[in-house]
Design a protein around this ligand. Structure first.
Ligand code: GAL
Length: 657
């Protein structure tokens, strides 16, 4: 596999006379890919039907002539003013009922049929014009679906689309009334046209109503993306179709969108995310303020690798301070390089920096690029150049037999919607729960694969975790039945039916031969009233009362005597949200039973195994000697003593080394 670097470039922002120099500097830096075009609609079609593609053709020619491979974006995240004026009802509507207007980006509604057609029209034009260009090697559909919270729109178009979707799903109003439990509070309807959107109700709407709306909205994103992907495939054969996903964004099912992509990518802004997307306390944020969370990027690398069957990129990598978080510090020296290598450790094909040159105008003028606005090299430039040199030096020497990771975590977007709809306790957030498990596995030095609940391939993993799953899928039950490793289920897994009701047999609603256990009661907990567990650690935020059958062994109990971890054969059920200490105890135990070797890594040190190499990263502020892990040889890259921001690649004998 070739690992490559790229950059995001906006030829329309710069005088044409600069393009050739920019292109040759990119190539000189060691970049091979350049993404362009994704916001350029007003320059491609300034008025309906007046297509001005010549400049884009010249830009692609210029980049191609410098040896760069172009990723061409469809410009549908930024519909031009004339189009919005033609059909103002294409604008999205917020949950507060207010129209979200023109003047920034993503001002469209996924349900709007007219806009869907417009997006197909411009995609077709571009695909026909540039699909066969030898310089265009891939396409990006749109830009960051759901950015600025745009999956959900409460528009007339969404309402009509939702009603039709419900009619197809339930066939009759009675079936819908039954499924949703509409007898409660006299919410019954007698015609699908009576169904509204679940906003602007007096108090909370029916969770089943919201859940269906979330499913519908997710399908609209899938539909929108698929329409573009189909057109591109028809007119640009042999090119990869890519979309750039975001961090901690769960509003649509990325596995479903990923099925229509050749390559998943995501946009990685470690310092911005630490500031505005982390649940960690201030102390943690202070410690990693210039390094980013040691697990956040890794989690998304593993997640998005799973959304398109393995091929994935970082489409946008933070190169310096960004502009959009509450505070926007500069990365510590070496971190731009470290983040790039962390992506490669998880199997990325390409890491592409955002952006080439800092724009002196408009919304993102405070966002760093590889170049400053005056075209001199910004700090990130030298780090990108170093990564390029290192990639060249290592070319062909790294083991490519990635294989299975140590542990699998089942991830499920509908579960994220469900617990957002009905958290039952302030802290109950699906991402947070899954990420806590993920972090704990990383801390133990384990490598993780993420697998979708809708298509769970668990074979071959020594251990697997299914935390917080809303409702079982038949595929998942089958995978559990065939699973040979150690399995941990819970908390809250299988606690609802697909219709958002409590299962008749009570959670976790597994057949008795798998797990003869019932959750008889649950409680959510204030952060300052955790439940201590005998042997160490606590349940925080959430705990369950377990009633176990004769074949079930209690492994751990709370100090009040209530079972906390139960076990039947290889299957464990965890009846609460473990704090970091309990998490370590539980996962270490499972890993030992699974025959995995674990470590106790410092907060800032992380490992990722890839075939017969282990990549080591130091996000912390003190050095770490890899000899402490038993590795005394010379790393393939970097030094045995990992300095802060250090990266090392170590050749190991086998998975357990
Ligand atoms: C991304 C987006 C880019 C740019 C960048 C700034 O979310 O895709 O267009 O806005 O953030 O960090």
């Amino acid at each position: 596999m070739q690992r490559t670097l790229g950059v995001c470039y906006y030829p329309e922002h710069w005088p044409e006379a600069r393009w050739a120099d920019d292109a040759s500097r990119m190539a000189g830096l060691g970049l091979t890919h350049v993404r362009i075009g994704e916001f350029a609609w007003s320059r491609l079609e300034p008025r309906r039907g007046q297509f001005e593609f010549d400049w884009l053709a010249r830009a692609i020619d210029t980049l191609h002539a410098a040896g760069l491979k172009v990723v061409l974006g469809t410009p549908t995240a930024t519909p031009p003013k004339w189009l919005v004026d033609e059909m103002p009802d294409m604008l999205p509507v917020g949950a507060d009922g207010a129209v979200r207007g023109f003047g920034s980006r993503r001002h469209y509604d996924f349900s709007h049929q007219g806009y869907l057609e417009e997006s197909k029209r411009i995609t077709l034009k571009l695909a026909k014009a540039f699909g066969a260009h030898p310089g265009v090697t891939a396409w990006q559909t749109d830009n960051e679906y759901d950015c600025h919270g745009t999956t959900l729109s409460y528009s007339p178009a969404a309402r009509a689309g939702f009603q039709a979707w419900l009619q197809r799903k339930y066939q009759s109003p009675d079936a819908l009334n039954r499924a949703w439990g509409n007898v409660f509070w006299s919410m019954e309807i007698s015609d699908f046209s009576e169904i509204g959107l679940p906003n602007l109700t007096v108090t909370e709407p029916n969770p089943a109503h919201v859940m269906d709306f979330r499913r519908y909205a997710s399908e609209m994103v899938v539909r929108f993306n698929r329409a573009q992907a189909d057109i591109i495939r028809a007119h640009s054969p042999g090119r990869d179709v890519i979309h750039n996903f975001m961090g901690r964004t769960l509003a649509f099912d990325h596995f479903d969108v990923g099925r229509d992509l050749d390559i998943s990518s995501w946009d990685s802004y470690p310092l911005g995310f630490l500031e505005d997307r982390s649940d960690q306390g201030d102390d943690w944020k202070r410690r990693f303020v210039r390094a980013g969370d040691p697990d956040f990027q890794a989690f998304h690398h593993d997640l998005y690798r799973a959304t398109s069957k393995g091929r994935w990129w970082v489409m946008e990598q933070q190169p310096g301070p960004v502009n959009w978080a509450p505070h926007n510090p500069a990365p510590r020296d070496g971190m731009v390089r470290l983040w790039s290598w962390e992506a490669f450790a998880h199997g990325a094909e390409t890491v592409s920096y955002f952006r080439w040159r800092q724009a002196p105008f408009a919304q993102e003028q405070m966002h760093a690029g590889l170049l400053r606005p005056d075209s001199t090299e910004a700090e990130g430039f030298a780090e990108a150049a170093q990564v390029a040199r290192e990639l060249r030096a290592l070319d062909g020497t790294l083991d490519e037999s990635a294989g299975r990771a140590d542990a699998a975590i089942v991830f499920d977007y509908p579960s994220a919607w469900a617990w957002e709809i009905q958290p039952q306790g302030h802290e109950f957030d699906y991402f947070r729960l899954v990420f806590d498990f993920y972090r704990s596995l990383r801390r133990l030095g384990l490598s993780v694969d993420i697998v979708p609940a809708s298509a769970p391939e668990l074979d071959g993993y020594p251990m697997a975790l299914i935390p917080g799953l809303f409702a079982w899928t038949p595929e998942l039950i089958e995978a559990i039945r065939g699973f040979q490793g150690q399995l941990l289920i819970g908390p809250r897994s299988g606690s609802k039916t697909d219709d958002f009701a409590i299962p008749d047999t009570l959670p976790p609603a597994l057949q008795k031969d798998l797990l003869d256990l019932r959750v008889s009661r649950v409680e959510s907990l204030r952060a300052d009233t955790p439940v201590p567990i005998s042997g160490g650690g606590t349940f925080q935020f959430w705990r369950e009362f377990l009633e176990a059958g004769a074949d079930v062994e209690t492994v751990l109990s709370a100090e009040d005597g209530v079972p906390g971890l139960a076990k039947q054969g290889f299957l464990h059920y965890l009846g609460g949200w473990p704090d970091p200490e309990l998490m370590r105890i539980v996962l270490q135990r499972l890993a030992a039973d699974a025959g995995l070797k674990t470590r106790d890594l410092p907060d800032g040190v992380r490992l990722r195994r890839h075939g017969l190499h282990v990549f080591a990263f130091n996000y912390g502020e003190t050095s770490f000697d890899l000899a402490e892990l038993g590795w005394t040889g010379e790393p393939v890259l970097g030094a045995r003593v990992l300095q802060p921001s250090g990266v090392a690649i170590v050749a190991v004998a086998g998975a357990g080394s």
